[in-house]
Design a binder for this molecule. Structure first.
Ligand SMILES: NC(=O)c1ccc[n+]([C@@H]2O[C@H](COP(=O)([O-])OP(=O)(O)OC[C@H]3O[C@@H](n4cnc5c(N)ncnc54)[C@H](OP(=O)(O)O)[C@@H]3O)[C@@H](O)[C@H]2O)c1
Length: 437
């Protein structure tokens, strides 16, 4: 049997401790599958005294993850510390430069420094595996990198943040407010004490930036992503969506268009009957649309110790199965040096259907004025409905518009016009509608 694969794990928190436990509990199966033992020989975290729920007494302890990364007696460096700078970046870089394979779950690091790290890995002929960085346990990186050769991706989109999907699912199912759902999510451990990163779309954007690079062979450009979170979604939107045959999801979407590549994260209305609309709670899903395959949808657990450990252990097993001298495929599907500069399509040129909800003074002529602003901007309406805004607001009405395909620029201009006309009593709400099977 080949020599054991020696693994060093940096970070023994939710994911790191789960990885150590799975490697221990599944040791016999992994040996049979990989043709060699996988042994944790080194570990690093902040607190050497903390009980990690798994016996790590035979592994050498390192206070400094960088020192561990450089050790010649570690074949695979597993980074599960987190963060886009500091010890995570320094240790991954050190491991790759020392010719060690690296496995990481760190989307923030890859979104910021992925291309540079991929260049080092490819130069050194080692693997940089990151299945757990996007959609946790769902094997989307493998699918896109290995199983779709020859396919040209036209669009990739998904529910990439479990916290947001949990909140939107409960808002719809129970009719409760965003704030109440968020508090519950925090109490149940589905949302961080500071939830901004999740609910305002940053986490989705990091993951989307990695998928975009894999899909289109472009350099990662996370800072360029158009981003809107879910904190201004109200019960009025959820109810109106349901009446119109839609469900609201926070989607990350990357799409090839005539003017470049669109990357956007925002609340989105998807048809209630579509497959992605059936993805509830903390579950994640990724849809990939290609010229040969059509649309593929993968869904499953996007976070949590076990699900994430499943992806990390899969990445380690791939390294255990690879043979010395074997030429590894490029990290992002295309050689890092050949990843094209990303050509950004402006959000203003985005084309699609729109849901617009306006709260207006209950006055004669308002309805006609709104319809005129739409027509002046060449917006064709699928429907326009006027409703009472609620018993406590007799002097107001709600007007709900659904447009046929139009552009973001036209919608912004029309809504600006309606606002200038002085008919609105509240901020206008605009939600993009996404085509989905
Ligand atoms: N949690 C999930 O469901 C999930 C899903 C997908 C991806 N990820 C990614 O996985 C990574 C880890 O997440 P997590 O949830 O496991 O985080 P976590 O529970 O906060 O664990 C972080 C670990 O890093 C250790 N650490 C901190 N500073 C260190 C340093 N300077 N040197 C060595 N170790 C250090 C901590 O040590 P102490 O324990 O001693 O404090 C802790 O064990 C992140 O990149 C995250 O984005 C997480």
């Amino acid at each position: 049997m080949a020599e054991a694969l020696r693994v060093g794990i940096a970070g023994l928190g939710t994911v790191g401790a789960s990885v150590a436990r799975v490697l221990d509990e599944k040791a016999a199966e992994l040996t049979r599958q990989c043709g060699r033992d996988i042994v944790v020989t080194a570990v690093s975290a902040r607190d050497p005294k903390r009980d990690r729920g798994v016996d790590l007494s035979t592994a050498k302890w390192f206070d400094d993850a960088v020192q561990m990364a450089e050790r010649a007696d570690v074949d695979v460096f597993v980074e599960l510390i987190g963060g886009d700078e500091g010890p995570a970046r320094a240790s991954v870089k050190a491991a790759l430069e020392a010719g060690r394979h690296v496995v990481t779950a760190n989307k923030a690091l890859l979104a910021k420094h992925g291309v540079q790290l991929a260049e080092i890995a490819e130069k050194k002929g080692v693997l940089l595996n990151y299945e757990a960085a996007v959609a946790g346990g769902i094997p989307v990186i493998k699918t896109m990198r290995e199983a779709m050769a020859g396919n040209q991706v036209t669009r990739v989109f998904g529910i990439l943040n479990g916290t947001c999907n949990y909140i939107l699912t409960r808002m719809e199912a129970e009719g409760i407010s965003f704030d109440a759902c968020l508090k519950d999510a925090q109490r149940l451990g589905y949302a961080e004490a500071d939830p901004t990163f999740d609910i305002e779309g940053h986490d989705t954007a990091h993951k989307l930036s990695i998928l975009t690079s894999l899909a289109f062979g472009t350099r990662i450009a996370a800072n360029d992503i158009y981003m809107e979170g879910i904190s201004n979604i109200t019960q009025a939107d959820i109810r109106a969506a349901a009446e119109l045959g839609y469900r609201i999801k926070l989607l990350g979407v990357a799409q090839r268009t005539d003017s470049g590549i669109e990357q956007r994260v925002h609340p989105t209305m998807v048809p209630t009957a579509s497959v992605i609309a059936q993805v509830h709670g903390v579950t994640n899903a990724v849809a990939i649309e290609t010229d040969i395959l059509g649309e593929l949808l993968l869904s499953g657990p996007g976070a949590g110790g076990n699900a994430t450990a499943s992806a990390v252990v899969g990445d380690i097993a791939d390294i255990a199965k690879s043979r010395p001298g074997f030429q590894h495929g490029p990290v992002f599907g295309w050689p890092a040096k050949e990843l094209k500069p990303y050509k950004k399509a402006q959000m203003r040129s985005h084309a699609g259907g729109y849901f617009i909800r306006l709260t207006v003074h209950d006055r004669i002529g308002v309805f006609a004025a709104i319809a005129k602003r739409m027509a002046d901007n060449d917006i064709s309406l699928e429907s326009i409905v006027q409703q009472a805004a609620g018993p406590e607001t007799e002097a107001q009405k709600t007007v709900i518009l659904v447009t046929h395909e139009t552009t973001e620029a036209a919608v912004r201009k029309a809504v600006e016009g309606v606002t200038k006309d002085g008919h609105l009593t509240d901020k206008p709400q605009v939600i993009r509608i996404e085509r989905a099977e």
